[in-house]
Each structure stands twice: as structure tokens, then as C-alpha cells.
Design a protein around this ligand. Structure first.
Ligand code: FAD
Length: 475
């Protein structure tokens, strides 16, 4: 089934914001595809640090056409629809469409959403009044967001590695420190993890701050050191920033910071899952289309039994991956407004999000590799779109929390919150009772293993569980 809308129609009873989706896809087909290719070909964007007067400006210079491409997603509603209309499904359907044509571009939209949501949910009235409306605009004056947590020591263990310090200063804080991976550089706002002065060590001492790009006096609020030269996702500039007494506003109660940081990451993980499935569909579409035209041994590749069977198997896997990702969208739409202490449904959302982030990203990488193989030697040539899919796919299992961490975090929410029991309940009407019983015993006996063994053998549990959930969950 070629094209994102055609596939979504086969999966969903009703396509969210149908007319908008049609218009958005038509724009990608007529204009966006070419712009996206140009941006990728242009390589790493560059940083113009000074203006002609010698003042520091840290402008991110993107190829022509980039901004037009970027604005389409905001205009159509990836950010404003969930917050103004409560329509999370429309946001993720639009994200699916974006990522089908340009997986990297879905990152700026995602991190803007992940900035707007904690602000809307936890920000005080003044902060919301000042900073939320520009993030929800529908025209070219829209502001963007960014989510910056990772520092040089590493992104998995934020509790140990976030050294950025927040010093109280009247009605705000001043940040001192550095962030090592900052996507969507140039965004007008960022949510940033930092440790308030005097807060305890570890993850529980972290708080979430809103950091504008410009200070109140109009000067730069932080410095951009450099832009990363990456394998893929060139349609999102990623770089390093340095906070030099930067103005920052706490979002919510700083003592609850750890929950807010995880909420931000979990929204991005749901989006990563949707983006991964979209990339997988694109890889399958490209492979099938090539196989219909390439002749080997007297007939099109698609008529060779092995290729035909592989295409069918990938299409089934695509459907299961979509089910898993969309199940986490459904749960997010249901629980997003909850605050700690969360309900059991919230913990089910967490489990589903880790399973989906892990599984869909792995499928995207394998699917992109297979797509390249179907293209043979042509697949590795930079003049065709296929090698780009593999470059883009390689980032999906790493950012927003690596695959190892997704598996281990899924384990934690099963151990501490028993979230697997709700998952099994959800699947129960759709599988045979013996199978369900086997899974229940398998998980419970796994959770009795010594902790070190549970971690070491986690690949025996999570990949088959994610695959099984994807194959059996209802949409
Ligand atoms: C293109 C790109 C853009 C990014 N943009 C942003 C951004 O905008 N904001 C942001 O905050 N971050 C961003 N990141 C950082 C990203 O979130 C981190 O790369 C990710 O969280 C992993 O952290 P790390 O790279 O420091 O690896 P590390 O944390 O150093 O981990 C290294 C390896 O160890 C593994 N590992 C860690 N702990 C365990 C364990 N207990 N058991 C087994 N294995 C373990 C990891 O899975 C990984 O394989 C970006 C990354 C990339 C690649």
C-alpha cells in the first residue's frame, strides 16, 4: 500500500483531520520531497556566530526552502491541535506523514510539542500567558521549542551527568553549564534539565526550566558552540550550547522535576515510534516499487518467490509495528494530563511507550537495511533516496533514550508497578487463553530472577514481548 495516507486508512477506522492530511500529503508530493532532498544534500547546516558589527548572534544557517518545509507541520497542527483541540491523534497522524517524507524534520515538531505540553500543564499563569501562545501559532511567526537534557558525560544516566547548575535570582534562575546534544538549535524556547543550587545529587535533584533564546534585554541568553556533523537527520540542526548565567524559569515545582523530565521524554518517545514506523513504511514502499521494475532472471524481482515473500513479511511487520506505536498514542491521549502520583493506566502507558520506542526503531533499522539490499548496488549510491533511509534510521534507536535503556526501563515499570498485568488484560480478549497463561508465567518467573540476571538476559524478554503485543493488541 503506497503512500502514508493509503496505509493509515488500512489501519484506522477513521483518518484524523482527513482534509488536512490530504492537503499536507499533496504538498509533500508536489513540493516537499524536492526540498527535503535539497536539505539533506546540503549537508550539515552552519553557524554564523557574528554579524557585521561583530556582535555575537549564533544564527543557524539552513538551506533555502528549509523554513517553508518546517512551517508546514506547525501550520497543519502538529503542536496546536493537541493543546487547543485535544486532538492527539491528528498530531501523530501528521507526524507520521512528515516522517514518511523526512524523518529528521519530525524532530523539531516533536520537541516543540514536548516543550508546549509541560508548559501548558505545569507552568504558572504568567509563564503560560507569555510563552505558550507563540508556540501554538499557525503562521510563519510560530515559535519553536527544544528539549535539552544530555551533557558530555552521557544521556542515559542523567542523574549522574547533568552538571548544569540553576542559581536562584529573584523571580527566576540563572543557569551555568553546558549541554552536549541540543536538537532544534535556533528554537525560541527550550526546556532544560538542571540542578537547582543545594538540590540533592542524582536524578531526584533535577528540575525542568524554560530557557528563552533571548534575554529580556534582547541579547543572546546562551551561546551556541558548534553544530554537530551527523550521519543523518540533517533537517534538524543539533549542536552544543553553553549557559552563561542564562535566564531560566522553573516549570512546576522544582522538587517534582524528575517526573516532568520523564514526561517530556515519553512524549518524544511516542513520536519516535510513529516516525520509525513511517520510515519503515517508506523503506518497504521504495523496495516494492523497485522490485516491480528491476528484472532479474527474466522477470521482475517482485515475482521472484523469495522477494515476494519478504515483501509480504515486511508488510505484516509494518502493521504490527504500527499497532504498537498507535497503542502508545491512544494511551498518551488518555493519560497525558495526569500528574504524580500516576494511575495504573499511566504506568501501562510507560510500559507501552518503552516497548514501542524500542521495537519500532529496531524494525526501522532492519527495514532500511533490507530495502538497501533489495536495491543491490544501486541502494548504496547517494544519488538515490535509499541510502538516506538507512542513515536516518540509525539515529532512531539512540536518541530519546537508547534501545538498552528502553528495555531496562520497561523491566522497571513491570517490576515496580506490575504494568505487564494491565498489558495482559488488554490483550486477553484477542488471544487464546493458553498463550496468555504462558506469557503470564513467563514474565512472573522472569521477575523472580536475581536482578543482575534480569538485566543481562533482558533481550530474552522484551523483543518477543513487544512483537507479541504488536501482533495482538487492538487499535
Ligand atoms: C542526533 C542526535 C540528536 C540528539 N538530540 C538531543 C537533544 O535535543 N536533547 C537531548 O537531551 N539529547 C539529545 N541527544 C542525545 C541522546 O538523547 C543520547 O544520545 C541518548 O540518550 C544516549 O546517551 P549517550 O549518547 O550519552 O550514551 P550513553 O548514555 O553514554 O550510553 C552509551 C551506551 O551505553 C548503553 N547503556 C547505558 N546504560 C546502560 C545500562 N544500564 N545497561 C546497558 N547499557 C547501557 C546505552 O544504551 C548506549 O548504548 C541526541 C542524540 C543524537 C544522536
Amino acid at each position: 500500500m503506497n503512500g502514508p495516507i493509503a496505509f493509515l486508512r488500512t489501519q484506522l477506522d477513521e483518518l484524523p483531520c482527513e482534509e488536512t492530511m490530504q492537503e499536507y500529503q499533496a504538498w509533500w508530493e508536489t513540493t516537499g520531497r524536492a526540498l527535503s532532498e535539497t536539505v539533506d544534500r546540503a549537508g550539515t547546516p552552519w553557524l554564523r556566530m557574528y554579524n557585521r558589527q561583530g556582535e555575537r548572534i549564533d544564527e543557524i544557517v539552513m538551506p533555502a526552502g528549509y523554513r517553508e518545509m518546517l512551517l508546514q507541520g506547525y501550520r497543519h497542527g502538529i503542536v496546536w491541535r493537541p493543546l487547543e483541540e485535544g486532538d492527539w491523534h491528528a498530531s501523530f497522524a501528521l507526524g507520521y506523514l512528515t516522517a514518511y517524507y523526512d524523518p529528521g524534520l519530525y524532530c523539531p515538531h516533536t520537541v516543540s510539542l514536548s516543550t508546549a505540553v509541560p508548559l501548558a500543564k505545569y507552568g504558572d499563569a504568567l509563564l503560560k500567558e507569555r510563552y505558550l501562545p507563540p508556540l501554538l501559532k499557525r503562521d510563519e511567526t510560530v515559535w519553536q521549542g527544544a528539549t535539552w537534557m544530555t551533557e558530555i558525560g552521557g544521556g542515559s544516566d542523567l542523574g549522574a551527568n547533568v552538571r548544569t547548575l540553576a542559581l536562584p535570582d529573584g523571580d527566576r534562575y540563572r543557569l551555568r553549564g553546558e549541554k552536549y546534544f541540543c536538537s532544534n538549535l535556533g528554537a525560541e524556547l527550550a526546556v532544560v534539565a538542571a540542578r537547582p543550587q543545594g538540590a540533592p545529587d542524582g536524578i531526584r535533584g533535577l528540575a525542568l526550566f524554560l530557557v528563552p533564546r533571548w534575554r529580556e534585554d534582547g541579547t543572546l541568553n546562551y551561546l551556541t558552540r558548534r553544530i554537530k556533523d551527523k550521519i543523518g537527520t540533517r533537517s534538524v540542526p543539533t549542536g552544543e550550547v553553553e549557559f552563561t548565567d542564562s535566564e531560566a524559569y522553573p516549570i512546576g515545582n522544582p522538587e517534582m522535576g524528575v517526573y516532568l523530565i520523564l514526561e517530556v521524554l515519553n512524549i518524544s518517545r511516542v513520536a519516535n515510534s510513529i516516525g520509525s514506523v513511517a520510515l519503515l513504511q517508506r523503506a518497504i514502499d521504495e523496495a516494492e516499487s523497485f522490485a516491480c521494475h528491476r528484472i532479474a532472471f527474466g522477470k521482475p524481482l517482485i515475482e521472484q518467490p523469495l522477494i515476494r515473500r519478504q515483501v509480504e513479511a515486511w508488510r505484516r511487520r509494518l502493521e504490527d509495528a504500527f499497532t504498537l506505536a498507535w497503542a502508545s498514542v491512544n494511551l498518551l491521549a488518555e493519560v497525558w494530563a495526569q500528574t504524580p502520583p500516576y494511575s495504573p493506566r499511566y504506568h501501562l502507558f510507560r510500559l507501552m511507550t518503552h516497548l514501542a520506542k524500542y521495537w519500532t526503531a529496531e524494525q526501522a533499522v532492519q527495514g532500511a537495511k533490507w530495502c538497501m539490499e533489495v536495491h543491490g548496488g544501486l541502494g548504496v549510491l547517494a544519488e538515490f533516496p535509499v541510502e538516506r533511509l538507512l542513515r536516518e534510521a540509525m539515529i532512531l534507536p539512540i536518541w530519546e533514550g537508547s534501545s538498552h535503556r528502553q528495555m531496562l526501563d520497561a523491566l522497571e515499570v513491570m517490576q515496580k508497578r506490575g504494568a505487564h498485568r494491565l498489558l495482559l488484560e488488554r490483550v486477553q480478549p484477542f488471544v487464546n487463553p493458553l498463550e496468555l497463561d504462558e506469557w503470564e508465567k513467563r514474565i512472573e518467573s522472569y521477575l523472580q530472577l536475581p536482578p543482575e540476571e534480569q538485566e543481562a538476559r533482558i533481550e530474552e524478554l522484551i523483543p518477543p514481548l513487544a512483537e507479541w503485543a504488536g501482533a495482538n493488541l487492538p487499535l
